[in-house]
Write a protein that binds this ligand. Structure first.
Ligand code: TXA
Ligand code: MG
Length: 366
């Protein structure tokens, strides 16, 4: 069990020394992985890199360790966790029934950024799934995550390793910024590569429903499965599967975020420039979250603001990778408002839009 207590903060939260250990991302040191696995098996909390974002891991079969995840993150108990496995043979240990479509998906996309919703096996503690009779499960592809799962020999429940409601962490420093003193260990394997979380796909219904767009795009899933529904888009409200954790408001930076949503990038940029001038005229510090191609326009317009470029607008892999880091970086620079542009809804654009919409206090059409 977790027995760290230096100082008791409240009924659920303990203050612990958070250790940060550097690991080689592609070939993690066996000794470091061994110590992290021991931490997991004694009921501790270990943050580790996955290919999407850093996860905050605990033994998924230990309800007390799982409860510590909720306490450390300040996450409500009705928001279920994703269970990570080391190999597909372990799937029947956590899922009661696995439809053929799920096996097909695991064959093509695991290990990787795809989470499947399946009927839950009884031995998985109820607090992992927030009392639901379904379970979210995936095999991550990051070598550090895989080594930790293998060494622990147990499924690991891991939400993103951020304080509840904040942007997901893509570096160990982001994890430390949010959870220092709340968790036992952080394995620092450098920045993550996908940068946004896994796609959550419910395969308990036909056609399957994307509950959260993510690292595997809708188009790629449809190439294998045929039509796939997207929650909130083509699925009538009464048929939407339960996913209590998918809140409309999430990922929020400290600054106010205004998303300029348009299918026409030029119109979005014009709106951003207009809003930037308006906000500056009332003394606010403005941050711009944009693409490399947009820099010249704002220079021409003489907009003096803090700027974070996510990369080339033609390269959504890069935009997704830098998205959460960009939100956090502008926050660090102390801006009052972040003006962000949209990247459409093709491919990874859908997941990028989803994160920006949920981080935004205001979405303006242009
Ligand atoms: O990439 C990822 O998915 C990362 C890494 C660490 O694996 N994890 C992650 O976990 O993003 P989290 O807890 O931040 O998001 C999990 C999402 C939540 O939106 C939750 O509501 C949904 O998965 N979820 C979990 N179990 C579910 C279930 N049984 N039914 C429907 N949705 C579920
Ligand atoms: Mg999260």
């Amino acid at each position: 069990m977790r027995q760290p207590t230096i100082e008791r903060q409240d009924a659920h939260t303990y203050h612990v020394m958070t250790r940060v250990v550097n690991v080689r991302p592609h070939d993690p040191e066996a000794g470091h992985i061994y110590h992290a696995a021991v931490e997991i098996l004694r009921g501790g909390l270990v943050a580790f890199p996955t290919e999407t974002v850093y996860g905050l891991g605990a033994n998924a079969l230990d309800p007390r360790a799982v409860a510590c995840i909720f306490a450390a993150k300040g996450r409500p108990a009705n928001d279920p966790l994703i269970v990570h496995l080391s190999c597909v043979d372990d799937l029947p240990c956590v899922a009661r029934f696995i439809p053929r479509v799920a096996w097909e998906l695991t064959r093509v996309f695991w290990p990787g950024p795809l989470t499947l919703i399946l009927p839950k096996q009884r031995n998985v503690p109820d607090n992992v799934t927030a009392g639901l009779d379904t379970i979210a499960v995936r095999i991550p592809s990051h070598p550090v995550a895989r080594a930790l799962l293998r060494a622990s020999g147990v499924p690991i429940a891991a939400p993103s390793a951020n304080r509840f409601g904040r942007s997901s962490p893509t570096t160990a420093q982001h994890v430390l910024d949010d959870l220092d003193g709340q968790i036992d260990l952080i394995l620092d394997g450098g920045p993550t590569t996908v940068g946004i979380e896994s796609t959550v796909l419910d395969v308990t219904c036909a056609p399957p429903v994307i509950l959260r767009p993510g690292g595997i795009s809708r188009e790629v899933l449809e190439a294998l499965l045929g039509p796939v529904a997207v929650r909130g888009e083509s699925v009538p409200a009464e048929r939407v599967p339960k996913s209590p954790g998918l809140l409309a408001k999430h990922y929020a930076p400290r600054a106010e975020l205004v998303l300029c949503l348009s299918e026409n990038p030029a119109a979005a940029l014009e709106k951003m420039a207009h809003l930037a001038c308006q906000r500056q005229s009332i003394g606010q510090r403005v941050g711009l979250l944009l693409a490399d191609q947009d820099l010249a326009y704002f220079e021409e317009q003489g907009v003096a603001a803090q700027v974070f470029s996510l990369g080339s607008a033609d390269n959504l892999v890069q935009i997704a990778r830098n998205l959460f880091a960009g939100l956090r970086a502008l926050d660090e620079q102390g801006v009052d408002v972040i003006l962000a542009r949209d990247f459409g809804q093709e491919g990874l654009g859908l997941a990028i839009r989803d994160r920006l919409q949920r981080a935004a206090s205001q979405v303006v059409g242009c």
